[in-house]
Design a protein around this ligand. Sequence first.
Ligand code: NAD
Length: 256
Amino acid sequence: MLNGKTALVTGSTSGIGLGIALSLARQGAHIVLNGFGDVEAPKAQVAALGVKVGYHGADMSKPAEIEAMMAYVNAEFGGCDILVNNAGIQHVAPVEDFPVERWDAIIAINLSSAFHTTRLALPGMKARGWGRVINLASVHGLVASAQKSAYVAAKHGLVGFTKAVALETATSQVTVNAICPGWVLTPLVQKQVDARAAADGVDDAEAKRRLLAEKQPSLQFTTPEQLGELAVFLCSDAAANVRGQAWSLDGGWTAQ
Ligand code: NAD
């Protein structure tokens, strides 16, 4: 379905980003990975699906590095057809204790990076007459939780950004949407499970159960594979008129 297209997935060395990259690669898209940590294992996983795979290590908090990454995608892959803005970090603290540098980093990585990648990718998508922008927001783009002020502000901002750019591109063949997952068991959430286990004096399984029971009625984690399949749908012709949506995959979290 996506043969010949190129997908750039930010923050795709782990977790949800890697799940989405693998789903898009299974549909034939060439993949550009980005993110920190081990790069060779995710590259090999994508390459095993028979598509071309690239990597750029741009730090999503640094606009100049984002510009270099977009130039790399243009030079090596002839442009970015599918842009998945996924890189994100979390920090949990009450607002009066929130470290100023963590606030700035969360706004830069979870929100402003999507502005930079999108402004640089859109002209090429419009010129080639097809494009998909998929922003990994969160249930926290729609509702709030205590102690996550920066994350909630950034994700609400990302949903608003998604709507604005969807309107600007509404008559083009470029669609712009957000995906809003509930709890997904990735390294980002395992840190919160560990904190819960330590605070409540319970084991890992009980900490996971308590975390889910508080917010996610299905009591099941959403998986990177499910999010990957939703991204594939948003790339399909059937989704050509889905525009400016914040699509939840949250086990009922935001239905409450
Ligand atoms: P993760 O920690 O498993 O992966 C984050 C990825 O981003 C990694 O590849 C990491 O290297 C990369 N990254 C971090 N800082 C970066 C930077 N400055 N520049 C470039 N790359 C950077 O996290 P995840 O749970 O897979 O989260 C992915 C996205 O999904 C995030 O935007 C997150 O907010 C969102 N999300 C996660 C959940 C969840 O429950 N895990 C729920 C809703 C939304």
